[in-house]
Design a protein around this ligand. Structure first.
Ligand code: M6R
Length: 611
């Protein structure tokens, strides 16, 4: 999604803005721009395309000034173009704005302003923000009053950064439904849509809450709620390093994040499954026997990769705890009139904690009395703040658009959660837990082993780089892993791929199989191996190339599939976390061969803060 940065202080704003924007590139964007106040006027440079285009423009047309706002745009209203790029400015060059999100009632406001003589230059919804604030500013000549008045009229979800020509000592930020953090410096302050943009300058941040407005000068930050009451906010100290948000020698963030997985999974597990002890430590998450007995329905709701991690969770809770769980993608759940009351537990899963549909699912559920447990990565994110309980997965910043380490940590969280519920409800004995615990502790080193052999996936990606269609197949948990493998390939290699329950192939899709098709079979579930082998034979007989991911020692599979990637042996229920790693690596190397933009795949955004 779009990225916002803003600066007010004593240093030159342009380089700080561009540096900040470069740290937000991972969010996905199609154009970029900055507005800088030179003490008298606001000057804007903006352009379609990569940030390097903007840098070139700034070198050719140097800007000076110690107050400014910058933006990377991911088009929603209006095509990617120079004119639609942000910042947008009012007709009299008084008010300049950058904006993330959508102003849903912009057409009404636009018509109203146009009737009053306002000239619109772009196709964006954003432009109405600049013109409406300007209209009110002309009436009252008070920047803050004008912003508050305008904001009361906007419907939708947004984060906005605003500067005013008459106020070279003020930067205003507004947040409703789209994340915004404020960086506190010494004699300088910042705004940004995400922490990495600030880390070169400060580690002290305030998270803006819903409907809040922040007024920044170089020496102060004042936060107001929607009724314009002053709000006190605690400073959050960012503990992770800028290196965590940098590539550290890897060619891509995605590869770096794939390789971080042993460490991440180890931390997620160790944090909740103490070595000394015979249970799970969910710390402040209140989910004991009494709470669980009061629950008669569990929903598992998320989007994309987080949804696929949730599917594994559903399977585990049903299998280990014998409690039915309804899994749903958030964009469907929110409009499905779900049956929710105070006996419902909603589990939402989200890396960013800002996904609009997931957040809305949470809000609807809470409104109807449900308890909400959020499995989240981004600390202090909207979903984390609004949920009743938060299970932080501790994966650190995930920069590549394609989620990898967050998925593994989310799946690890699902194991922990399922074991906790089972132990609380007496569905698992201490001995059974001990066995799972031992196996859980071994997962990180097993992931390490898979990563050490990534030449295997690299070679297979060379071998299969010209296939036109890919099917990922599996049964049970293997089918659920297939879904994530298929999404990764689509997302970063732009290759048509589908995940199918292996037994369903012959009910239609098998008609598509030919010699240009690759079928990737995930075959880790002991009791289902023979069945999936039959399905591999069926597609082979129709010309498909076949590749399998199987546990070490499965020799039968090597007799059938053209290629086999072996993963270390583990318990069946723990296999998904291991079986998914070869899929991640295969997708990465396929994308590398096909020359796509791996970390910032076309049309995609890291955190989807619009519906
Ligand atoms: O931040 P979230 O986990 O809520 O994001 C959900 C999806 O948008 C996300 O997983 C998306 O599918 C990824 N790009 C997949 O790699």
């Amino acid at each position: 999604m779009c990225g916002i940065v803003g600066y007010i202080g004593n240093n030159q704003a342009p380089s700080i803005l561009i540096d900040g924007l470069s740290k937000l590139e991972y969010r996905g964007y199609d154009s970029a721009g900055v507005a800088v106040h030179d003490g008298e006027n606001i000057n804007i440079l903006k352009t379609k395309g990569r940030l390097s285009n903007l840098v070139k423009l700034v070198i050719e047309n140097p800007l000076t000034g110690t107050l400014g706002i910058g933006h990377t745009r991911w088009a929603t209203h209006g095509v990617p173009s120079d004119v639609n790029a942000h910042p947008h400015i009012s007709n009299d060059n008084m008010i300049a704005v950058v904006h993330n999100g959508i102003i849903e009632n912009y057409v009404d406001i636009k018509n109203e302003l146009a009737a009053e003589g306002c000239v619109f230059l772009s196709d964006t919804d954003t432009e109405v923000i600049a013109h409406l604030i300007d209209k009110y500013y002309k009436e009252c000549l008070d920047f803050e009053d004008a912003v508050f008045k305008a904001v009361n009229r906007f419907e939708g979800a947004y984060a906005i950064g605003i500067i005013c020509k008459d106020c070279p000592d003020k930067l205003i930020a507004v947040r409703k439904g789209s994340p915004l953090v404020i960086g506190k410096g010494n004699g300088e302050n910042y705004i940004a849509s995400d922490i990495p943009a600030l880390l070169n300058y400060t580690r002290e941040v305030y998270f803006l809450e819903e409907d809040e407005v922040a007024v920044l000068t170089k020496d102060s930050v004042a936060i107001y709620d929607k009724n314009r009451n002053r709000v006190e906010r605690e400073i959050y100290h960012v503990t992770w390093d800028i290196e965590a948000a940098e590539k550290s020698g890897y060619a891509h963030f995605m590869l770096k994040e794939i390789n971080e997985q042993p460490k991440i999974v180890r931390e997620t597990i160790l944090n909740r499954v103490p070595e000394n002890g015979d249970g799970i430590d969910l710390e402040n998450i209140k989910l004991d026997r009494k709470d669980l007995e009061n629950i008669d329905r569990i929903y598992m709701v998320a989007c994309g990769t987080a949804y696929y991690a949730g599917l594994i969770g559903k399977h585990l809770i049903e299998k280990i705890c014998r409690i039915p769980v309804i899994s749903e993608v958030a964009s469907e759940f929110r409009y499905s009139d779900p049956i929710i009351d105070d006996r419902t537990l909603l589990i939402v899963v989200s890396q960013s904690g800002e996904t609009a549909d997931t957040l809305e699912a949470l809000r609807i559920s809470k409104k109807n009395g449900a308890r909400v447990l959020a499995i989240v990565n981004a600390v202090g994110s909207s979903i984390a703040r609004e949920a009743d309980d938060v299970f932080y997965i501790l994966a650190g910043p995930e920069i590549a658009v394609a989620s990898t380490k967050a998925y593994s940590a989310q799946v690890a969280a699902m194991y922990i959660l399922a074991c906790h519920i089972a132990l609380e409800l007496g569905k698992m004995t201490k001995d059974e837990f001990k066995e799972i615990k031992e196996q859980l502790y071994m997962l990180p080193s097993k992931i390490e082993l898979i990563l050490q052999k990534q030449d295997v996936e690299k070679k297979l990606a060379e071998k299969y780089m010209n296939v036109k269609n890919v099917f990922f197949i599996g049964r049970g948990l293997d089918y659920l892993v297939s879904k994530e493998g298929s999404l990764k390939l689509k997302e970063i290699a732009y290759l048509h791929s589908e995940a199918y329950a292996a037994g369903e192939l012959k009910h239609g899709p098998i008609a598509m199989i030919d010699e240009n098709t690759l079928v990737v079979a995930i075959v880790t579930q002991e009791e289902l191996i023979e069945k999936t082998i039959s399905n591999i034979k069926e597609v082979k007989a129709r010309g498909a190339k076949t590749m399998a991911v199987a546990m070490k020692g499965n020799t039968k599979i090597a007799e059938v599939a053209d290629d086999v990637i072996y993963i270390p042996r583990t318990m069946g229920i723990l296999a998904p976390i291991l079986a998914n790693i070869p899929d991640q690596l295969f997708a990465y190397y396929m994308a590398l061969n096909l020359g796509t933009d791996i970390d910032k795949p076309r049309n995609l955004a890291k955190s989807v803060t619009v519906e």
